[in-house]
Design a binder for this molecule. Structure first.
Ligand SMILES: [Fe+2]
Length: 433
């Protein structure tokens, strides 16, 4: 096997181990719907196998369908999440058998395939990258489901570096062009392409994500009761839902508590805030005298190396993420303290851009100039428009295989069950330029 094939095989194994670990529970936990926002866990499990069958076995290798009769059950577009409990989805044992059978054939295809083949699905192992990233994304979705289910014992926790770095509150990004998106990263999705020049005025961006202490100050200053800080849609959402703070937070005896995978604990004030929706992030930013960064501002601050005139795949450079550089790949079931990764700083000095929490940006999800859907419109294009806000950077629950400077995620502005926080930005005043 070539090096690339070995890397693909190792990544397929790693992601599957994780999917199986998140579904190593009694059947009842797996088949039940824990929130109308989420699928039953066993739906996600068989869906990743079905996706792998569709793309690797059928589309790339031309193999006859194994279980064509279940395709509709696992087509995310045919049945919204809230209705999935009523589908005749495979029960846990059958789902594990099915995805195992698909995986065996996928490894045979990998063994035989020519990764230098010019077919865009096979070249550089694109289709394998597609299914590996897809499964990682569903693993993160399963973690969000397990957090909503609130049952301890399924999700493992671990150690993270202490918060260490000292530095300014904001870092400065001078005016000028940068290269946004990519033409060269082989496993990048269609929505990250093509690379294009974007010219931005000078701005400041927070060195670190907004932390729980700062967010608690916003709440305690009456931020949730002051319409000045909210957009009209955000204010309506806040009033209709009676929201007073991040999802999973409660207040007891003057202390903020949160429930994390079923266990209550005092909110650690030195961690980035998570489980806030776009409306909350946007309101906080206005209260702080700032705003959310645009997606372009986020990406430039994360990866643009002005001295070299090129974009980095990670804030720190080319090197793959390690536990010293970023909190990715579910090392622990939480974000790391603020300032835990000074070595992972971007060329402009922004830290924790990658890992810890997804970060809301001010930008609606849309295609870049010259966008072409590949390999299917339903991956990205059908979500373009003014319905979804872009999220960047990946969370502690995201895997390095599905996180990079150019990677784009998107969700509705009301979503809070995802592992999402934010940082703020502001346009530089004339005297600051
Ligand atoms: Fe999916």
């Amino acid at each position: 096997m070539t090096d690339l094939k070995e890397r693909i095989a190792a990544q397929l194994t790693a992601v599957r181990d994780r999917s199986l670990a998140y579904t190593a529970a009694e059947d009842d936990l797996l088949v039940r719907q824990h929130s109308p926002l989420m699928s039953p866990l066993v739906w996600d499990l068989a869906h990743v196998g079905n996706y792998e069958e569709l793309w690797v076995l059928r589309a790339a290798a031309g193999i006859t369908p194994l279980r064509p009769e279940i395709d509709d059950i696992y087509d995310a577009f045919k049945t919204p999440r809230r209705d999935r409990p009523s589908l005749p989805f495979l029960r846990p044992a059958e789902a594990r058998d099915y995805i195992g059978g698909v995986r065996g054939r996928v490894l045979d295809v990998l063994d035989a395939v020519d990764l230098a083949d010019p077919s865009p699905l096979r070249r550089d192992g694109f289709v394998f990258g597609l299914v590996i990233q897809h499964e990682h994304q569903h693993d993160e979705t399963m973690l969000a489901t397990l957090q909503l289910a609130g049952r301890p014992g399924v999700v493992r926790d671990g150690d993270l570096p202490p918060g260490l770095s000292a530095g300014p509150e904001e870092v400065y990004v001078p005016a000028g062009e940068f290269l946004m998106g990519t033409d060269s990263l082989p496993w990048a999705y269609d929505n990250e392409r093509p690379a294009h020049r974007v010219d931005l005025p000078a701005y400041w961006i927070d060195r670190l994500p907004v932390g729980n202490a700062a967010y608690a100050a916003f709440i305690e200053d009456g931020g949730y009761h002051d319409a000045r800080w909210w957009t009209p849609e955000g204010w309506r959402w806040r009033q209709e839902n009676g929201v007073f703070g991040p999802l999973f937070w409660t207040r007891e005896g003057g202390t903020w508590w949160r429930t994390r995978f079923g266990r209550p604990e005092p909110v650690p004030m030195d961690e980035p805030v998570q489980h806030v929706c776009w409306y909350e992030a946007d309101a906080y930013a206005r209260w702080a005298g700032k705003r959310l960064p645009t997606e372009a501002e986020w990406e430039k601050a994360c990866g643009w190396d002005a001295a070299a005139g090129r974009a980095r795949p990670y804030p720190w450079g080319e090197q793959d993420p390690t536990p010293e550089l970023a909190n990715l790949g579910h090392r622990a079931a939480r974000p790391a303290p603020l300032g835990a990764y000074p070595g992972g700083a971007s060329p402009y000095g922004a830290e924790q851009m990658v890992g810890d929490v997804w970060e809301w940006t001010a930008t609606w999800f849309d295609g870049y100039p010259g966008f072409r859907a590949f390999p299917y419109r339903e991956y990205s294009e059908v979500f373009f428009g003014r319905e979804y806000r872009v999220l960047r950077g990946g969370s502690w629950a995201a895997d390095p295989a599905a996180v990079r400077t150019t990677f784009r995620n998107w969700d509705y502005p009301i979503r809070r069950q995802i592992f999402t926080g934010f940082r703020c930005a502001r346009t530089a005043a004339p005297e600051e330029r």
